[in-house]
Design a protein around this ligand. Structure first.
Ligand SMILES: [Fe+2]
Length: 244
């Protein structure tokens, strides 16, 4: 059973500004920050831009609408339907470094059960790996391609990445969720099986409420979603590169 999260007020009073030092403190400590309440008229993109530069998403938009689309049924793996999403890190398959932060906020929450966003700390998972396995996960490079849904939309790319990639003093964890790599091997299978078990044992669940904001460190945290049935659920998502 997932642990639930209490929101923290990380907005600076009535100024409609994120309390950035405290948001960064929460991100460094916990890997995520859940901010609530967010003031009326909050400029999500403007305020999040103080944390990192927004990255255009696969279709070029900065803000992605996350809600069930009639064209995407539950037979495919997508945020645009109502099915459960397996643990993953965002953009593990894309060329270059993944976004440092992912932010989600709520336009309308489901009134039925489910729909929680779930998170677990992949750094804690990686710390439990044997040194030799970790070395092999850093050295083994896999080829990645877009998901079936993105390919259907004409998105094409190829990228080669290891699952664990040290960058300076930091570590990018890539955790795939589906079919975007056709070179699964025993090393990746073991990593995925134990990572999914770790997630199940340690996940925290956030039912993102209206006028609330969830942001997490995407190099560090795995995320997933509980299935839901009420199709009114509507979130918005922004991806952020770290300011350097
Ligand atoms: Fe995701």
């Amino acid at each position: 059973m997932a642990e639930t999260v209490s929101p923290i007020d990380l907005t600076a009073g009535s100024t409609a500004e994120l309390d950035l030092p405290r948001v960064k403190e929460a991100l460094a400590r916990d890997g995520y920050a859940y901010v609530r309440p967010v003031p009326e008229g909050f400029d999500y993109v403007g305020q999040l831009s103080r944390l990192g530069a927004p990255i255009p998403q696969f279709d070029g938009v900065v803000v992605r609408e996350v809600r069930p689309e009639s064209s995407v049924d539950n037979s495919v793996y997508s945020a645009s339907n109502t099915r459960e999403l397996m643990p993953h890190t965002e953009w593990f398959e894309y060329p270059g470094n993944p976004p440092r932060y992912v932010a989600l906020w709520c336009v309308r929450q489901t009134e039925g059960p489910g729909g929680e966003t779930t998170l677990a700390d992949a750094y804690e998972f990686v710390d439990r790996l044997a040194p030799d396995e970790r070395r092999r996960l850093e050295a083994s490079v896999y080829p990645w391609t877009p998901s079936a849904v993105l390919q259907r939309l004409g998105i094409r790319f190829e990228a080669d990445h290891p699952l664990l990639e040290p960058v300076g003093d930091e570590l990018i964890v890539r955790f795939p969720c589906d079919d975007r790599c056709d070179s699964f091997d025993a090393l990746m299978d073991g990593y995925l099986a134990r990572g999914r078990q770790f997630f199940q044992d340690h996940e925290i669940a956030v039912r993102i409420e209206e006028r609330a904001l969830l942001v997490w460190d995407n190099w560090r945290m795995m995320h997933a979603r509980h299935a839901f049935t009420d199709r009114v659920r509507h979130l918005r998502r922004v991806l952020l590169a770290e300011h350097v």
